[in-house]
Design a protein around this ligand. Structure first.
Ligand code: PLP
Length: 359
């Protein structure tokens, strides 16, 4: 079977060159005589792989020297607990913004462990917009503000960071590496790799080094950032394969010209799709215009029957994983870095054809 055009929200499409390189090196990583999956994480080869991955990520995102990069396991979901456990002592408090399912999960977890207040929410309109983060909303005694930068399910994005003396913590799982960001405006960034960075199994944390080492004594060893920071993400066996493939993604994006160029491509892809949706008399976007994500684009047809028909016919054309999340319905095109401009053109052409046949 030929490769489909994969609009999955995650795990999602990877750049084809990355897959080819991983395949080429699968049974014999150069100089190692074995696969990356089979080698010790203490080996010279793997040492070079993780060092290069970190160096290339630092270059790509222009990460300042006083930030630590960690390659962890447990998904972005584990960060929902690690963040409050490491940034808050017992009795301390943080502010959270609820912009969808993932923020809700982060809030629930933080509230189990420490004091977390929801200072803004877009639940009233099924998360089709994001509330403005005006500092007047923030609690005087909150140590940090947590928000989900890009809401994978609802297709909304915060493009700006509020000016505040609070620490800024953000879940960047579905937007990291899709555009340029100024890392110095954030204090902790975390992201599961499987949306836009690599395969599942590795979670990247980028954080101000001086925030590490302040956890309470009873925080479990594996949930303390210091454990991992002290050992260069090798306290225990790290997710070696995930780190290797993410490293190939970093190299690939550098070869595209870095995030400035990557952002241009992604903005053009999103504009192509949204321009058509806005002009269409049949398809409709579900998100408020100024809050639209460039990585996840939800859209609907007038009836459930038409949505189902579209998904079925798209599937027959090799357009895969286009069905929307059940809480939004309709369709969602996740157009991460691994989805090419040509893939998006193909989707838009198909939507045009569908519209002409179903007017
Ligand atoms: C997918 C996703 C998560 C959950 O990630 P896991 O790595 O599966 O734990 C969290 N936040 C956002 C924004 C996501 O898109």
């Amino acid at each position: 079977m030929a490769r489909v055009r994969n609009f999955s929200a995650g795990p999602s499409a990877l750049p084809i060159n990355v897959l080819k390189k991983a395949a080429e090196q699968m049974v014999d990583y150069p100089g190692a005589g074995m696969s990356v999956m089979e080698m010790s994480h203490r080996s010279k080869s793997f040492g070079e792989i993780i060092e290069a991955a970190e160096a290339n990520l630092r270059t790509l995102m222009n990460i300042p020297d006083d930030y630590t990069v960690l390659f962890l396991q447990g998904g972005a979901s584990s960060q929902f607990a690690m963040v409050p456990l490491n940034l808050l002592k017992k009795g301390e408090k943080a502010d959270y913004v609820n912009t969808g399912r993932w923020s809700t999960m982060a809030i629930k977890e933080a509230q189990k462990l420490r004091d977390a207040e929801v200072i803004a929410s877009s639940e009233d309109k099924n998360y089709t917009y994001i509330p403005k983060l005006d500092p007047s909303l923030f609690s005087a005694d909150a140590k940090y503000l947590h928000f989900t930068e890009n809401n994978t399910i609802y297709g909304t994005t915060y493009y700006d960071v509020p000016e505040t003396d609070k620490l800024i913590v953000t879940d960047m799982s579905s937007s990291i590496l899709s555009r340029e960001v100024d890392v110095s405006k954030y204090d902790v960034i975390y992201a599961g790799a499987q949306k836009n960075m690599g395969p599942s199994g590795v979670t990247v944390v980028i954080m101000r080094t001086d925030l590490i080492g302040n956890a309470e004594e009873d925080v479990p060893t594996m949930f303390n950032y210091k454990t991992h920071a002290d050992k260069g993400s090798m306290f225990n066996t790290p997710p070696t394969w995930g780190i290797y493939v993410a490293g190939l993604v970093f190299e690939e994006l550098l070869s595209w010209g870095g995030l400035k160029e990557v952002e241009k491509i992604n903005r053009a892809k999103a504009a192509m799709l949204y321009d058509y949706i806005d002009a269409s008399e049949l398809f409709e976007g579900t998100v408020v215009k100024e809050n639209r994500s460039i990585t996840n684009i939800p859209f609907v047809l007038p009836t459930d029957e038409l949505n189902a028909q579209f998904i079925k016919e798209a599937g027959a054309k090799g357009i895969a994983n286009i069905k929307g999340h059940r809480t939004v319905g309709g369709m969602r095109a996740s157009i991460y870095n691994g989805v090419s401009t040509e893939d998006v053109e193909f989707l838009v052409d198909f939507m045009k054809q569908f519209e002409s046949e179903n007017k």
